[in-house]
Ligand binder design. Structure first.
Ligand code: G3H
Ligand code: 13P
Ligand code: ZN
Length: 323
């Protein structure tokens, strides 16, 4: 059942985080649904602009609708990841999405707030919620000055002002993470003290953590042993997911880790079976391995075991996007 993103946040706030996983194809979708049912977790499906363009945006919608039929107990929201203004309007008009992200974080503060406000007005008119982004998402290197580090992170006072001006429903904050497989050069991690300060300025307001892949070192080693070349790849410590959730982080975005599982499975498969050319055997292994991965992440996020409670809350608090 597709539900509004806000109902998932209402249930999770302060207790656990909902995993937001990107999909591009049917193998990822099958693994994601299986892993979330196996761990009894609500979840968020994220669709990026690149994913919409990979085949056709209608293809992903059809895959998700079908997965919803195959897994009738699944409870999830469908979310546009890193949208521009026009793509947000397209998703709002489609009637299929629970929420959109407008990413105008590279624009100046006032412009970001104004664009976000326009998207919020359009989304709220159709019952969708809006995630916005404030701050510079990026690895905060160990050797840069403290002042410089702080300038890259989301400023709590600005976050408060931005939410007031734009009317957004959740906020992606720069708290030390970055996208991709190379997040930290040394021992840095999530700036938990900054999350706490933002929560103080925005109590009960859902925060979002992008760039949350953990880049498992055993996965990287297996990829490299099977012909890959990922040197110095490093991610977020999964032990930090739950402390962040307790500070108001309701949504944790994970994409890169799924790509690493895909790369490991396919590299090992074709290394070990050089005469093989059927796509289905490695595809089946990937679906099972991705489901296991999702199950483990939902455990770290605290969303595992929350499905029944989240469903009860969703049914009490309003109509589903797609029942
Ligand atoms: O934040 C970006 C996500 O990992 C989606 O990546 O734009 O390559 O689909 P993509
Ligand atoms: P990762 O690259 O850490 O998986 O982050 C994904 C993300 O933030 C999608 O919006
Ligand atoms: Zn992101």
């Amino acid at each position: 059942m597709i539900v509004p993103t806000r109902t998932l946040f209402e249930h999770a706030y302060g207790n656990y985080a909902v995993g937001a996983y990107n999909i591009n194809n049917l193998e990822q979708t099958m693994g994601l649904f299986k892993g979330c049912i196996d761990s009894q977790a609500p979840f968020i499906i994220q669709i990026s602009k690149g994913a919409r363009a990979y085949t056709d945006k209608k293809m992903l919608e059809a895959i998700i609708r079908t997965a919803d039929e195959i897994f009738p107990d699944a409870l999830f929201a469908v979310h546009l990841d890193h949208g521009d203004e026009q793509t947000c309007y397209d998703c709002i008009a489609s009637g299929f999405y629970s929420s959109v992200m407008i990413d105008a974080s590279h624009d100046p503060f006032d412009e970001n707030a104004a664009i976000t406000k326009r998207v919020v007005d359009a989304a709220h008119a159709k019952g969708l919620s809006v995630e916005a982004e404030l701050g510079m998402l990026g690895g905060v290197e160990e050797d840069i000055q403290v002042d410089e580090k702080n300038a890259m992170l989301t400023d709590p006072d600005e976050a408060y002002e931005f939410v007031k001006l734009s009317g957004c429903d959740s906020l992606a904050c720069a708290i030390g993470t970055s996208h991709g497989a190379y997040k930290f050069a040394g021992s840095q991690g999530i700036h938990m003290e900054r999350v706490a300060e933002i929560q103080k300025r925005l109590p009960k307001f859902p925060l979002v953590m992008h760039g949350s892949s953990s880049v498992p070192q055993d996965e990287v080693a297996r990829i490299n042993a099977a012909g890959g070349d990922l040197k110095g790849a490093k991610g977020v410590d999964v032990a930090q997911y739950l402390p962040a959730a307790k500070l108001g982080v309701c949504k944790v975005n994970i994409d890169t880790d799924g790509r690493l599982v895909w790369t490991r499975v396919h590299r090992e498969f074709f290394r070990d079976k050089p005469s093989e050319f059927d796509l289905r055997p490695p595809g089946k292994i990937f679906i099972a391995e991705y489901a296991k991965f999702i199950e483990s992440r939902n455990g770290y996020l605290g969303s595992a075991g929350q499905l029944a409670g989240a469903r009860e809350h969703a049914l009490k608090s309003g109509s589903p996007v797609l029942a």
